[in-house]
Design a binder for this molecule. Structure first.
Ligand code: F6P
Length: 562
């Protein structure tokens, strides 16, 4: 794809997409928001609720089947108005439209950002340099569908004629975390004739653990790597190939391996049949790729129809994001809220607590989505950020987290905003369990915001020496995200919501949310050090600490032979 400078007229001026980024701290709204921050720091959620009886109604919004209640956040109407004005001043709508139109907004990699095209309506089209990318995407979806039908129906057989019972996705980062999350979240909603396993870590122990109970005759490997160069994936794919060949011979590779990649030639030279390769595009970033062929293992698990339903959920939120007025636009409000906490109130993290055990991998998925996207030190034009970068993401499923780190949230001194996610209808037949699960979700949201005061404790007869220990000050912000039921459509909408939330944050900060140069240094060093620890090369120039660790490892490695 070519490199283009996009010059767009915007609010009487020009927005040069690739080169000029407006420093958000230089906007008209920034000083007003700084003033508002002083006011909000001097108030509490209790006071904010007391001042405005309509607070819940005015701060609860609907999007793609979710009800999102922002009322237990440290904001008021003025803050929201100012944040929206900031978004407008920074041209958020123009940037959003530029992404959907396929302009080159990933400026440092000179790439378009078109994960939204993965879920565009089948009958739509988007011409990029003379090619209809929607048609290309639909063709790959059809190819996936045909393959999935064959495997799930038992038509596709292993080399010895046995039906495939187990699928192993080999991939890492965006080629692992999305399929892992989706597999856990959706497998219960649809009948699955297969079990899907995941191998990501380069630790050979991971490979051994996952394959220990598998029969090579009935196992299919999906090697998922956009680049087909990622060290972890290539190592694990080689182990898998050796495992199959050892058990079934060279010819078996064709029936036991398929690949998802943007590099067909690399796939072919690895030995996987080009007919069994599913395409990826450079306009889909790894962490945004669940709706692409990277989701092949998900489609194998849940079937073609449920996968299409998941894409419809993504599309629901795309439509909301592109059409809802900013005042009611949930991803916009979310993105602005994150900016408010990090740039004005000093929060450094975002906690995400899914009150749905099947979303247990959501925090891990969001760590990559949010932190690889917005963990940047410069703006799109290469200038140092004048603001903090995006937040550190962490979390655990409720109620597990309540019995580990929630103590700090209730009585620690950090400002740690959180998203609490839950569903009205249960995933299991255990209704009593669901009642208690949701009761805990609501209880935490209340306890975090309003706590338990010393006066209350004294009135309840608590001994005075114990009162300070038992006092829970409250004023800890959280957003309540409630869906009807965790089905493929609702799942797609939730993930799309976070994708656009991340986009909004990046757009406000002026960050390129779609590159990830920071991870390259570690990869380069690991390649050099691998040669050194294996004695292929002499130990080179390292800091004394790293040099010593390499020496120690080499010494230990010499013992392996004995
Ligand atoms: O190292 C980071 C990264 O490039 C991620 O952005 C990506 O999701 C992951 O590695 C895997 O990349 P690939 O799909 O090319 O193997």
């Amino acid at each position: 794809m070519g490199v283009a400078l996009e010059l767009r007229e915007y609010q009487g001026g020009y927005l040069v997409m690739n080169e000029i980024v407006v420093d958000p701290t230089a906007t008209l709204m920034w000083p007003s928001l700084l003033q508002s921050a002083q006011r909000i720091k001097a108030t509490t959620l209790t006071q904010l609720f007391a001042e405005n009886p309509d607070r819940v109604a005015s701060l609860t919004f609907e999007a793609a089947g979710y009800s999102v209640d922002f009322s237990k956040n440290l904001i008021d109407d003025t803050v929201v108005t100012q944040l929206l004005a900031l978004a407008r001043e920074l041209g958020i709508e123009a940037l959003r439209d530029a992404m959907f139109a396929g302009e080159i907004i990933n400026t440092s990699e000179r790439r378009r950002v078109l994960h939204t095209a993965l879920r565009a309506p089948r009958e739509s089209s988007l011409m990029i340099e003379g090619v209809d990318v929607v048609a290309e995407i639909q063709a790959v979806l059809d190819q996936m569908g045909r393959f999935v039908d064959q495997v799930r129906s038992g038509f596709w057989r292993g080399a010895t004629g046995k039906v495939i019972t187990d699928v192993v996705n080999i991939g890492i980062g965006g080629s692992h975390l999305g399929p892992l999350l989706a597999g856990e979240a959706l497998r219960r909603r649809v009948s699955a004739p297969l079990t899907v396993h995941f191998i990501a870590n380069i630790d050979g122990a991971d490979f051994d653990t996952e394959t220990a109970s598998l029969n090579p005759e009935t196992t299919l490997f999906v090697v998922s790597s956009k680049s087909f160069t990622t060290a972890e994936t290539m190592m694990n794919a080689s182990l898998a190939k050796a495992w199959i060949i050892h058990a079934l011979g060279d010819e078996a590779v064709a029936k036991h391996f398929v690949a998802v990649s943007g590099d067909r030639r690399a796939v072919a030279s690895f030995g996987i049949d080009p007919d069994n390769t599913f395409a990826m595009w450079d306009f889909v970033g790894g962490r945004y790729s669940l709706g692409s062929a990277i989701g092949l293992s998900t489609m194998l698990l849940i079937g073609r129809d449920a996968f299409i339903e998941m894409l419809a959920g993504f599309r629901d939120i795309d439509e909301h994001f592109t059409t809802a007025p900013l005042e009611k636009n949930v991803p916009v409000l979310f993105g602005l809220l994150r900016i408010w906490y990090s740039c004005f109130l000093g929060a450094q993290s975002l906690g995400v607590m899914p009150y749905a055990a099947d979303l247990r991998s959501l925090p891990g998925y969001l760590q990559q989505l949010v932190m690889e996207s917005n963990g940047k030190r410069v703006t799109r034009d290469g200038k140092p950020l004048a603001t903090p970068s995006g937040p550190i993401v962490w979390g655990a499923p409720g109620t597990d987290g309540q019995h580990s780190f929630f103590q700090l949230l209730h009585q620690g001194t950090h400002l740690a905003p959180m998203d609490l996610v839950g569903y009205l209808h249960p995933l299991s037949s255990h209704r009593e369990s669901h009642d208690q699960l949701m009761a805990n979700l609501f209880a935490q949201s209340q306890a975090l915001a309003f706590g338990r005061s010393a006066e209350q404790l004294i009135a309840e007869g608590t001994p005075s020496w114990l009162v300070p220990h038992r006092t829970v000050p409250g004023n800890h912000p959280s957003t309540l995200i409630l869906g009807e039921r965790l089905n493929p459509r609702a799942f797609g909408a939730l993930i799309g919501l976070y994708e656009h939330d991340v986009f909004v944050q990046g757009a406000i900060l002026g960050i390129d949310s779609f590159d990830q140069w920071g991870v390259e240094l570690g990869k380069d060093l690991a390649a050099v050090i691998t040669d050194e620890v294996q004695g292929v090369k002499a130990i080179g120039d390292h800091d004394p600490s790293t040099g010593r660790a390499i020496e120690r490892y080499r010494a230990a490695r010499r013992d392996w032979a004995t």
